[in-house]
Write a protein that binds this ligand. Structure first.
Ligand SMILES: Nc1ncnc2c1ncn2[C@@H]1O[C@H](COP(=O)(O)OP(=O)(O)OP(=O)(O)O)[C@@H](O)[C@H]1O
Ligand SMILES: [Mg+2]
Length: 214
């Protein structure tokens, strides 16, 4: 199974989600490989730090650039789950990955400027579906404010209805310092004791697995 994290906006949290979901999948005993398909190397650097620190479970990470579809197919024949971290713009890597992915997961901040980019991303998804008709497209609200009085996630969810091509995930990633703190350690938030982020990544990972079993 190939899970691609991609967006046409920089910085909503693709690498953060890809790294953290990979750790949770590995902890659940899944045979996972993380593919860094962005020359920025966020996931690759994190994986290097993780390997150097000797954290267990080890997360295999490979870097792929350009037309990545053949390499992803090959990895999918060797690993149970291939998690792909793509760049924050319309890239050759994201486009070619979409032609072989089982799911595109698009993290979006609850901001009009992020949500507006779903239209262009949706056009790329439609194009990819002419090669890969079963491609599932999931919208993931990310960096949502933690102030309980804020209605931003409800408002964003309403706005996402304008882009029905993306199925909204019920799970949300909130803006939490833990996501920044763990990166330098080569860890995932699920390995961070008593973190609220830990619970949300567990729930998100379970939701993705359940959705893909449909
Ligand atoms: N849920 C979160 N809470 C707090 N900070 C976050 C969260 N998600 C991401 N960040 C921070 O926001 C910045 C961008 O995150 P990240 O690199 O994961 O996004 P990205 O979508 O991969 O970006 P790019 O488009 O540049 O690849 C980083 O500094 C990261 O630590
Ligand atoms: Mg990134």
């Amino acid at each position: 199974m190939i899970l691609l994290f991609a967006s046409q906006k920089g910085g909503p949290g693709k690498s953060t989600a890809a790294m953290n979901v990979s750790v949770e999948l590995a902890r659940l005993g899944r045979d996972v490989v993380l593919v860094d398909a962005d020359k920025q190397r966020s996931s690759a650097r994190w994986a290097e730090d993780r390997a150097e620190a000797g954290h267990s479970p080890a997360i295999a990470c490979v870097e792929k650039r350009g037309k990545v579809h053949t390499a992803l197919r090959e990895l999918a024949s060797r690993y149970e789950i291939v998690v792909v971290d793509a760049a924050g713009h319309d890239s050759e890597e994201a486009r070619t990955a979409m032609t072989v992915a089982d799911a595109l997961i698009a993290p979006v901040r609850p901001s009009q400027l992020d949500l507006d980019t779903l239209e262009d991303l949706g056009n790329v998804v439609e194009l990819a579906r002419s090669f890969n008709p079963d491609l599932v497209a999931l919208g993931l609200l990310s960096q949502v404010g933690t102030n309980s009085n804020e209605s931003e996630s409800t408002d964003a969810r309403e706005y996402m209805k304008d882009y029905p091509l993306f199925e909204p995930l019920s799970s949300v990633i909130h803006f939490r310092k833990a996501y920044r703190d763990v990166v330098a350690e080569g860890l995932g938030v699920v390995e961070w004791t008593n973190s609220k982020a830990k619970a949300e990544i567990s729930v998100l990972t379970a939701e993705i697995i359940e959705r893909m079993q449909k």
